[in-house]
Design a protein around this ligand. Structure first.
Ligand code: ADP
Ligand code: MG
Length: 497
């Protein structure tokens, strides 16, 4: 009826502006590849920072030894749940040459996690414990000391709860792998300065500081004796964790609060690298792809509004189209326009609708997945979050359509990013006269894990863009790979090795 005509028009325009036909995605993927080259060529050569991670010793091909381990693990699989087995697999290679107790700390979004892992031991028993603490929102815009004191205190509390079943050899200092998922210019594997904040964090006095130094000082302030032996981005941790379990893993992508990717580059393909070439001939690159930008990205007036109102206007444009922190917020901004221009919610605009970030991506996802005939999940979300008491089916259907358009665009763009990486690695097309290599991409993050329609659309789009090569490309969920990966990197760079 006439009442909804204006809303329908806004919806159709949104759909048109957010469209991502195959040809457009190919241009996005190609632009990603071009920017990767530019970022590797010289420092500051691209919006893609293409940061050198100092991780150059990812294990490859274990031959007979690996086969034996895989058989052992397979036997184990029958007895235990998959999650534990995938962890066991990751740690498997270390059992042979590394043992001991290692800690990991993961700071990168809304929560931070502390973890301890016991590797090896007399009977090869592996134990793992973790604790998750949500970061008080006011700390995200506080001071460097306040943030790191909070982290160090939580870590000290966790260390104090260490049971007798974890063993630190006498005379040894506890060692930590620090997963810090913000852009860092690394000076070595265990040090690096913060370039800028993303994802709702803004702590001015931390920018330019060595985050390992800051954490170390905070640990001293709370009387915790621990050494950081590896500083890793979550993408790099996920890649390291993924590689131990599967030698075909070539890249890792995070789709969580933010989004980012890392991949294994040939060291000689990094012109800006000034140091000695690593023995392995490889180097893991943290792309910081959230900051990717291209004229081919389908940006709308809603995206410009979101960007302008963000803590980092002009930055992280790819991330703002794709990741969990922003998808729900885009939907809210579209609804604001519908409320203003089409009286979508009636004569008055619901006051709650004007609160930034009130509509979270998990709520958007719940509405998007509503299969009930009267869309009752949508109805109750509108009631509970926006205080819209009575919503008719037409209104609910339009809300679902907005969620679908916004999620589909994000999922398809992330697929184009993945294809851009595969193109850079020359794994996007069949090679003449050669058997197609398998390429595995390790994926992690709450958005990928929980937003089923997003995940499925992303996977289908990767296949769509790759055509026949899609048979040899696998998207694999790497559960808590970043935490385990950081602990493994801490272990492999222990001061006692
Ligand atoms: P982080 O990225 O902060 O390290 P996670 O990987 O756990 O943390 O991702 C958390 C993000 O995942 C949340 O900010 C949210 O945007 C998204 N998310 C969590 N649960 C869901 C869900 N059910 N549906 C959609 N997105 C979700
Ligand atoms: Mg994370």
């Amino acid at each position: 009826s006439g009442k909804w005509a204006m809303a329908e028009a806004i919806l159709r325009e949104l759909e048109e502006k957010c469209a991502t036909p195959t040809a457009k995605l190919r241009r996005v993927a190609d632009a990603m590849t071009v920017e990767m080259h530019a970022g590797l060529a010289i420092e500051g050569g691209s919006k893609l920072k293409m940061l050198i991670s100092y991780v150059d010793n990812l294990p490859t091909g274990f031959g007979a030894l690996e086969c034996w381990l895989r058989v052992m693990v397979k036997k184990f699989d029958v007895l235990s749940d998959y999650a534990f087995c995938s962890r066991f697999r990751k740690i498997g290679f270390f059992i042979l040459n590394e043992k001991g107790l290692f800690y990991a700390l993961d700071l990168g979004g809304t929560n931070f996690r502390v973890m301890r892992v016991q590797l090896g031991g007399k009977d090869n028993v592996i134990k793992q414990e973790f604790d998750e603490v949500s970061i008080p929102p006011q700390l995200m815009t506080s001071s460097c000391n306040e943030l790191f004191d909070f982290i160090a205190e939580a870590l000290a509390k966790f260390v104090a709860s260490e049971g007798d079943d974890f063993h630190l050899p006498p005379g040894r200092q506890r060692e930590l792998g620090f997963t810090f998922s913000f852009p860092v210019r690394q000076l070595s594997l265990a040090s690096g300065t913060l370039i800028n904040w993303t994802k709702g964090f803004l702590i001015e006095d931390a920018i330019g500081q060595d985050v390992v130094g800051e954490l170390t000082k905070a640990m001293e302030r709370v009387g915790l004796d621990m050494r950081v032996t590896a500083l890793v981005n979550d993408t790099v941790g996920t890649l390291a964790g993924g590689r131990y379990s599967n030698p075909d893993v070539v890249a890792a992508v995070i789709l969580g609060t933010g989004t980012n990717a890392a991949y294994v580059e040939r060291a000689h393909a990094i012109p800006k690298w000034q140091g000695l070439l690593p023995k392995s001939g490889e180097m893991v690159i943290n792309m910081e792809w959230g900051n990717f930008r291209s004229s081919h990205l389908p940006l709308t007036v809603y995206d410009y509004t979101l960007d302008a109102e963000s803590l980092n206007p002009g930055d992280q444009i790819f991330e703002k189209l794709i990741s969990g922190m922003y998808l729900g917020e885009i939907v809210r901004i579209v609804l604001c326009t519908m409320a203003e221009k089409a009286s979508f919610f009636g004569d008055t605009i619901p006051p709650k609708l004007s609160i930034p970030f009130i509509l979270r991506t998990p709520d958007m996802s719940a509405m998007h997945h509503d299969t009930s005939p009267d869309l009752k999940v949508v109805g109750s979300k509108l009631k509970d979050i926006l205080e819209v008491p009575n919503s008719c089916l037409t209104m609910r259907k339009i809300v679902v359509a907005i969620c679908d358009i916004v999620a589909t665009r994000g999922a398809r763009l992330s697929a184009a990013g993945i294809v851009g990486i595969l193109t850079k690695l020359e794994r996007d097309a069949p090679k003449e006269g050669e058997k197609q290599q398998r390429s595995v991409i390790a994926l992690d993050g709450g958005l990928f894990e929980h937003y089923t329609k997003f995940r499925e659309c992303m996977k289908a789009t990767v296949d769509e863009l790759l055509g026949e090569v899609s048979d040899s490309v696998v998207i694999e969920h790497s559960n808590d790979g970043s935490g385990i990966g950081a602990a493994l990197l801490a272990a492999s760079h222990s001061q006692y090795l």
